[in-house]
Design a protein around this ligand. Structure first.
Ligand code: ADP
Ligand code: MG
Length: 214
């Protein structure tokens, strides 16, 4: 199967081909068309199965297709549990956006706060970061989520294990539920806290649960 068969642009397919990525993984084959159709998604598949592109591709595709870029940015917010994971998502996102006018900003804990405030003032289309620092910017009004179209929780199980429940609530509450789409990815099946919180974070989600066995 090809990425274009899932609704992905040839331009993005070519970007992936440069990285040696030509065929979608199972989670990508399921999650990409579901996300592109506008559904909320609750997806679970094991580590290394390609979850990052499963949410980045529909996110980039969606923003790429919008002609007039609105003033209500960011359009997409991606929350990841650790600095390392957020940095990885940021790098993959930037690689995909090469050759587009999409601006991506990284907001990590432990890095200079005021530099981030300045970067956020330039209205990036995508913001990628860790829960604590994103929640700080939301509470201090340096990050406004009123125009958010897509909220993505990456490695949600890990974020709950690390005790970020309160920060995720702050982020969730500040983004308008009626107009946003939400994608939640987890490596663990039947994670009690993720299951419970998914009811607040997602509306009528499509569940994509892939077995951890081969
Ligand atoms: P997960 O988040 O599920 O743990 P990642 O998104 O980090 O997995 O992907 C794991 C590795 O697989 C990465 O090195 C990534 O570049 C690679 N990868 C992702 N999708 C594909 C694909 N369709 N074909 C080949 N390699 C892929
Ligand atoms: Mg991952």
């Amino acid at each position: 199967m090809r990425f274009t068969e899932l609704g992905i642009d040839t331009r993005l397919e070519q970007q992936l081909a440069h990285q040696g990525i030509t065929e979608p993984t199972e989670i990508q084959a399921h999650a990409i068309p579901t996300a592109l159709a506008g559904h909320d998604v609750f997806a679970q598949s094991k580590t290394g199965s390609g979850k990052t592109l499963a949410f980045l591709l529909p996110a980039v595709q969606r923003v790429m297709k919008q002609k007039a870029l609105s003033k209500r940015d960011p359009r997409v917010l991606i929350v990841a549990p650790t600095r390392e994971l957020a940095t990885q998502v940021f790098s993959e996102c930037r690689a995909l956006c090469a050759g587009t006018n999409i601006q991506v900003c990284k907001v990590l804990g432990g890095e200079n706060y005021n530099d981030q405030v300045k970067a956020l003032r330039r209205d990036p289309h995508f913001v990628v970061g860790t829960p604590g620092r994103i929640a700080d910017h939301v509470e201090n009004r340096s990050l406004f989520l009123g125009g958010l179209e897509l909220l993505i929780f990456d490695e949600a199980d890990r974020m709950f294990d690390l005790g970020f429940e309160k920060q995720l609530d702050i982020i969730n509450d500040s983004a308008d539920h009626r107009q946003r789409q939400t994608l939640l990815f987890s490596a663990t099946l039947d994670h009690t806290q993720v299951e419970a919180s998914s009811r607040q974070l997602l509306k009528s989600p499509k569940r994509i649960m892939l077995s951890n066995a081969h």
